[in-house]
Design a protein around this ligand. Structure first.
Ligand code: SF4
Length: 203
């Protein structure tokens, strides 16, 4: 897929066409592209950074350990996952090999910008009232500028397409925290932010 390609007309197009995408080089090391998942009229869209190891293999977003934590946070916040559209800023898994393990690597700015073609397509088709960006990469992709998570969480940000963005921490960031007290506090904030975004979206 190149710059002159037609805009996708459905979420089905996106799921199929990301498999052919060559807008950046991340497709080379990945098993498959992972598009978003959820109802086409979801009032709330959650955007993460990129698929992880398990998402890359399964071809579905948020099915690995971060997805399990997100699911737990959604249950605690009483937010129904089936009403949400879940996706990532970048659709292929960026990683480096360490022995047999594939370790996550943060996508570069150019890769995030290249992949906005797909995220913008999902936004245009789903037209969510609210987008909750999980982590700094997603926040930058959704809002279009660097947005510090801790300073900005809890405050809706008006977007040009009339939707509103909110930001929170990515669950994988919480998973990496060595301190259990900080992790519990981070989880509490994630739950609070999910609840706030769902309320703003009318859920
Ligand atoms: S990461 Fe995004 S822009 Fe890069 S090849 Fe995959 S779908 Fe295309």
């Amino acid at each position: 897929m190149a710059q002159a390609d037609p805009a996708p007309a459905s979420l089905h197009d996106i799921a199929e066409w990301v498999q052919l995408c060559r807008r950046c080089d991340l497709w080379r090391g990945a098993t498959q592209g992972v598009a978003g998942e959820g109802p086409a009229d979801a009032p709330l869209m959650l955007v993460g950074e990129q698929p992880g190891d398990q998402e890359d293999l399964a071809g579905r977003p948020f099915v690995g350990p971060a997805g399990v934590m997100l699911e737990r946070a959604m249950q605690e916040a009483e937010v129904d996952r089936s009403r949400l559209y879940l996706t990532n800023a970048v659709k292929h898994f960026k990683h480096e090999l360490r022995g047999k393990r594939r370790l996550h690597k943060t996508p570069a700015g150019g890769e995030v910008r290249a992949c906005r073609w797909w995220l913008d397509g999902e936004r245009r088709l789903v037209r969510p009232r609210v987008i909750l960006a999980l982590g700094a990469t997603a926040a930058g992709a959704v809002i279009g500028r660097p947005t510090p998570i801790m300073k900005s969480r809890g405050q809706p940000i008006q977007l040009a397409d009339q939707s509103q963005a909110m930001v929170t921490m990515h669950p994988s960031y919480l998973l990496r925290m060595p301190d259990e007290t900080a992790k519990a506090e981070g989880f509490r904030m994630l739950v609070e932010d999910l609840r706030g975004a769902a309320k703003l979206a009318g859920l």
